[in-house]
Design a protein around this ligand. Sequence first.
Ligand code: FES
Ligand SMILES: [Fe+2]
Length: 373
Amino acid sequence: MSAFRKTIETFVAGAKTLPQRYFVSPEIFAEEQAKVFARHWVCVGHQSQIAKAGDYFVREVAGESLIMVRGKSGEMRGFYNVCRHRGTRLCEAASGHAAAIQCPYHAWTYGLDGRLVGAPHMDDVPGFDKGDYALRGVKLALWEGFIFVSLADKPVPLEEVFAPLLGRFTHWNLPQLRSAKRIEYDVRANWKLIFENYSECYHCPGVHPLLSKVSPYDSAENDLCEGPFLGGFMTIAKGASLTMSGQACARPVGDMKGADHARVFYYSIFPNLLLSMHPDYVLVHQIWPQAPVRTLILCDWFFHPEATGVSAPGYNPEDAVEFWDMTNKQDWHVCELSQQGIASRAYQPGPYSPRESIPAAWDREYLRHVSNS
Ligand code: FES
Ligand SMILES: [Fe+2]
C-alpha cells in the first residue's frame, strides 16, 4: 500500500528518550494533569457500556470524578459527580443502572438529564429555584463509538481534532462492537513508558517470543507518523491469529478486505487510548496516570456482536484474552524495570533506534502539550 511508509523512513536522527524528571517529578505530573488530561479530549469508555437509558459509569479524569449516563431519549451525557446541595459525591459505584441520580446525603434527586427534580424541604427557602441547581455538565462526544470527555470550557470540537482519522476506521465496525472482557492492571511505571513501549516492536523478539512467532517484529509499516495519532500495521503469519492456539477466536470484527485479514493495526490516540485492531477482535487500552510512578490500565477485548454467544461458530474469547494478558504483563514488566532504572542517578536520555521512530514522535507530541503555555 503506497499510503504506508516504512518506520525507518520517518526516523529523526538524534532523537533521545525524555529526561528523568518527566518520569518522576510530581510537579510535571501535576502539569500533565492540568495541561493534557484536564484540557484534551480523553477516552472514558465505549457507548456499549451504557447501552440502555439509566445505565451509567463513573471515571476519574484529572482528579475529577465524572458520571457518564444514558438519558431517557438515548442521548449520552457527562456530569461532575458532585451534589449541588453540599457538594457530596453522588455515585459511589463504578457503574450501574438508575432511574435518577440521588444524593446519599439529603436525597436531592437529579434526572438523567442532570436537572434537579427533588429537593426535600427546599420549597420553604425563599427564592429557591430547582432550575438553578442542575448537575454541572462536562463536554461529551463520540468517535467511532468511543466516549470522550473534555473538562475544558471551550474545547476544540472533537470532529476537528479527529479530522485526520475521519472515515479511516469505518470498516472496523467499532461503534457496534462489545467488550467480552475487561482486565485492570496497576502498573508501577510512568504512563508515558506505556505509550513508548506500545509504539515499537524493537523489544518484541526478547520480550514477546510468542507474539514474535505469529507477527514478525520487523513487519511494522506506519501510516501515521507525527502528531496525536500514531501507528500503522504489522503482518500476521498466514492463517494465524494472535491467540494462544494460533487460530482465529471469532468471526471478523470488520468488513476488511484482502491483505487486511493478515494484519493487525496498532494506533495510539493521544493522550490515553491504544487501539489494536486484529481481524477477529479489537483490543483497547485506556491509560490512566495515577502518580508519577503509577498507572492504571483498563484493557478491553471487543468482538463483533454476532461473534458472541453459544451458537456463534468458533467463538472463544479466552483464547485472545489469555494471549494479550500474557503479552500485556510482559510489557508492564519491562515498563516497571525501565521506571526503576530511569529513577537512578545513573540515568541519562538514551538514543532511540530507527525502529523507535514512533515513540520518538509520541514524545514530540507530548512535549508540544506540556511545554507550551
Ligand atoms: S449534599 Fe447532596 S443532598 Fe445534601
Ligand atoms: Fe510489547
